[in-house]
Write a protein that binds this ligand. Sequence first.
Ligand SMILES: Nc1nc2c(ncn2[C@@H]2O[C@H](COP(=O)(O)OP(=O)(O)OP(=O)(O)O)[C@@H](O)[C@H]2O)c(=O)[nH]1
Length: 646
Amino acid sequence: MQLQYSPVKYLSIVERADNLQIFGYFLLLGIFILFLFVGSLQAKDNSEITPHHSIRLDSDPIKLIEQSEQQLQQPQKDIERINTLNSLIMAKLELSPDINLTQPINQAITLSSKLELAEFQCHFKLVKYRVLSSNNALDEDNNLIADIVDCAKRYEATYIEVLYLLFYADSLIAQRNYSQAAELYIKAFTVAETIDLVRYKRIILMRMAHMNNNMNNIEEAHANVERAIATLTGKNQFHDLSLIYMSKAYFYESERKFDSAEKYYKEALTLATAYKNIKNMHYLKGKIAYMDELKGNIEAALKTYLELYQEAFDKNYIDRQVLAGIAIANIYYKQRKYEQALTLINEIEEKAFKIEDQYSISQIYKAKSNIFEKKVEWKKAYFQLKEWIQIQHEIYQNSSEKDLNQLLYAFEISRQENENTLLKQKEESQAIEIKQHKTQQHLFLAMISLFILSVIYLLHHAVQQRKVQKKLAKLALTDELTGSSNRRDVLQKLEDEISRAQRYQHSLTIAIIDLDYFKKINDNFGHETGDKVLIAFAKICKQNLRASDLMGRVGGEEWLLAFPHTTIHETVDIISRIQADFREKTIPPIDYPLTFSVGVTNYHDNAATITAMTKNADEALYEAKNSGRNKIVVSAKSHHLQINVA
Ligand SMILES: Nc1nc2c(ncn2[C@@H]2O[C@H](COP(=O)(O)OP(=O)(O)OP(=O)(O)O)[C@@H](O)[C@H]2O)c(=O)[nH]1
């Protein structure tokens, strides 16, 4: 059978392989418990109950092995090589469950990991587990279980989670912790049910059945067997049904109901024959013969044992030959054919040593001791008995070691579990820490941003404030209509100029200007036209003034002008130019020339204050108005001079 590199097909194959493999474990466990509880009551061939079929082989395993080995000699693509290795491994396991397959399995694992075929990796690791456990060599790869669990977790292989629970439950069975094991089986069953792993469900039910049987809860054992049978959908499931019948028969055998046991061994044999499982056929025939023997049908049993012995000899199945040989020798013994029994035992003794089968060796010592006893050869009988005791002791020790290994295994699993939990917790707390750290960073950034924004806003606000203040300050000193200085500003500046004139003894003149008949303009042409006149006047003034000169609106249509470093005469000249410009300015609908009157004065010792100076200028202005307007009158208190401009 070739694995196809198609995910769907592939998964189903792997799943089936794994399921079957678990079935293998189940049977292994059965054997273990069998030895533990039934011990010498049972024939050794019980150990062969483990069929180890991970893949059902359609063709002859021997042919498949030859074919695979040939293919492996030739260059192949990696994926094809994995398939070939798989066929080889499965076929070899089919022939001999105990065979050492570490090398091809490791090669398959390496190739699967190279091609990143995770499920293949899981599959081959599981096969490795199976092989190592069959050889009692699990300690060769201490990380295997952890690897499988890790593999399952990484690739979310739920079926391996089930397997993991089963491993754990098995180890508890080995410790006789049945209640906890039962809990785990139920848990595994629940998980298997969630993804409808029918075969797993069946396996779990069968494990529970074996557990029930070991606890003498026979009814429950049979009930679980029936539940397991109910999971079979019929088609192509002879193999599984055959294994279930084997278990059922074994339960009856434990109850010493040999008829029922034989019936089910026969059912199982029919099925094993149907799918041509030679090893199982051999084993089942042995079981049926054993039932005959137990029921007293010695001749029938002997006949079958002899056939099996010959078959094993022909096919070179040494272990089976040894077992059949022991069974035959036991019957010869019962028939008092001591010489025949001894000859046969001697024949197989060497073979038993060759395959290092302790249990068979022990049986051989016991049989020999019994025979020597009957032959009254006490020394030899004593020697064989001594050997038998010695090897029994070793078997017991090995089984204790096995128990110990199971305990260590269970411990390793729970350690792994705790470690995983701790790791998970650590990862979670690290994630929380990172999250907190990030939140802190975000908060810090937000605070910094807020601070920068606040600073920018405050700076902007301060600049704006300053601008507003400046504007307000300017507005406070500016005449809104004309844009020139207002009364307060021009008087303040005049104050400063007076101080300067005083300190530096330079000339300073002022002029107070009042527009003529302004009320009439307002009255005749409207307030707006009046405003236009005021604006036009301010503009003309500014055009005629120097930068150092001062100008400000001190009343409705009254203005104060100041001229530092300027004589009265120069002042009059300037004002005359303003008068001329103003007169020429046309502001419709005013249809006559605009005029103003002016009072001029200057700074001197008798007029050294603002009050004195403006008083003098006002008096001159008054005089200009009274004398007909449109005049520049120089204060008598300065240099008095009247100029008629009209
Ligand atoms: N359009 C306008 N009129 C103003 C403003 N301020 C004051 N006035 C007006 O100016 C006029 C000043 O009138 P008066 O003080 O009688 O002086 P006058 O009409 O110019 O007469 P004489 O000064 O004697 O030539 C008033 O009618 C005020 O209402 C202003 O900002 N705009």
